[in-house]
Design a protein around this ligand. Structure first.
Ligand code: ADP
Length: 415
């Protein structure tokens, strides 16, 4: 009986020791496991750990699901960052104190600042109306928008301030409407110009026909005179319509250029010959200065001749008798146009020149420096010239001193 009791005690003791040892082992494994988790070394974490299989499996499943979510979040973050980086609208996040927390590249460009983070919105935006819009939104916690012109930066900006519902900060969206504004102005000016240009010849046509109806038709002397004035007005209208048509076809890319290798000298000689008589009649000397060894250009001969004729026509029109018009061509530097090296043409006159305020505008449609001095022009010639040159991937510009003369330059890529 005693020996059975001792046997039971021994067995129980062995079981107790085994359980205690197993408990110690399990605790150690659990500690190691937790330490590995702590060190975030998830890759070395065993999937099956003896004794804590269920826990290790659950942790593993949890970690892989976290991993998936994290990589989805990272992808989303990268996508968002790419959108914010590439978008042309500015996005700025400010805190409740007006300190900038985030600014995308577009906003840095719009506000012409390099590192706006942690700086004050007032300092970065530098426009009281825009700052006021942000203040209003801070006070009312409502969306505010404001459109302003920033003359110092020649910009027209629209700002939308959206208060953040979760923090006291706000999100600022900045749109650059400068181009849209300019296009609107050009369109409005175009319509008003064209109406104005049509009204004058139409009014004189009406006056002339009414005079003829009132009896001048039967007058042998006045009748033919009025008729010839009608023809002149109709010719002017036809020329304007033709120029407008040309311009719109070139602008919309409908005109196909017949590109071929052309000798710059031959081009200057041909345009010069066409305008020689007109220059002589105006009492001007017209000459060509061009070396024979210039490289050929790749151009549409007829269109480029039209450019030169327009420029020479203006030079003749705006130069007093006794003056001089020179046609030049020389080799041009690479940076003057994107299509590699080419030839720079120039039409130089000793005429009345262009006031410096008007120089930047004379290539616009219908723009004339002084209507009274421009005579019969439509203000479309230079606009057509610019479009033709740009269609050749070249550039056109002018240097002029009022009272001394003007030089119109344009570059054309070489063949
Ligand atoms: P227009 O048919 O009126 O000449 P353009 O577009 O050819 O139209 O020229 C626009 C304006 O630019 C002219 O009205 C004139 O005021 C000015 N301009 C152009 N070329 C010259 C020049 N060589 N000298 C002085 N002014 C010029």
């Amino acid at each position: 009986m005693n020996s059975i009791l001792w046997f039971i005690i021994a067995v129980l003791f062995i079981i107790a020791v085994w359980l205690a040892w197993r408990h110690i082992v399990l605790r150690r494994r659990l500690n190691e496991y937790i330490r590995a988790l702590h060190q975030k070394d998830v890759s070395t974490l065993p999937v099956h750990v003896d004794g804590i299989e269920e826990l290790s499996r659950a942790v593993h499943a949890f970690i892989s699901s976290l991993d998936t979510q994290l990589s989805a979040l990272n992808t989303e973050h990268a996508r968002l960052a790419a959108v914010l980086d590439q978008m042309t609208d500015g996005v700025v996040i400010v805190d409740s104190q007006g300190r900038i927390q985030f600014a995308n590249p577009a906003s840095k460009k719009l506000f012409e600042t390099v590192d706006p983070i942690s700086r004050s919105i007032i300092e970065v935006v530098r426009h009281h109306q825009l700052v006021e819009a942000w203040r209003r939104s801070q006070q009312t916690r409502e969306l505010q928008s404001e459109s302003v012109e920033v003359p110092a930066r020649r910009q027209f900006l629209q700002l939308v301030v959206i208060p953040d519902q979760y923090t006291d900060g706000s999100l600022l969206l900045v749109q650059d409407l400068t181009r849209v504004r300019r296009l609107e102005t050009v369109r409005r000016d175009f319509i008003s110009n064209i109406s104005h240009e049509l009204r004058t010849p139409l009014a004189s046509l009406k006056a002339l026909t009414e005079t003829l109806q009132d009896g001048a038709l039967s007058d042998p002397e006045a009748g033919p005179r009025f008729l010839s004035r009608i023809v002149t007005e109709v010719d002017a209208l036809t020329q304007m319509t033709q120029e407008l048509l040309d311009l719109s076809r070139i602008e919309s890319g409908q005109v196909e250029l017949n590109l071929a290798p052309i000798s710059p000298k031959a081009l200057l000689m041909s345009a010069g010959d066409r305008m020689k008589l007109q220059a002589e009649r105006a009492g001007l000397k017209l000459c060509v200065e061009c070396s024979d060894d210039l490289p050929n250009i790749r151009a549409d001969q007829a269109r480029l001749e039209q450019v030169l004729v327009n420029l020479i026509h203006n030079a003749v029109k705006f130069t007093r008798p006794g003056g001089e018009v020179v046609l030049l061509a020389e080799s041009a530097d690479t940076e003057e146009h994107s299509a590699g090296s080419g030839v720079r043409f120039a039409v130089k006159d000793t005429g009345i020149g262009i006031p410096s305020d008007d120089v930047s505008r004379i290539f616009e449609r219908f723009y004339r420096v002084d209507r009274s001095r421009s005579g019969s022009g439509t203000g479309l010639g230079l606009s057509i010239a610019r479009h033709i040159v740009e269609a050749h991937r070249g550039k056109i510009w002018v240097d002029s001193v009022e009272g001394r003369g003007s030089t119109f330059f344009f570059t054309i890529p070489k063949a």
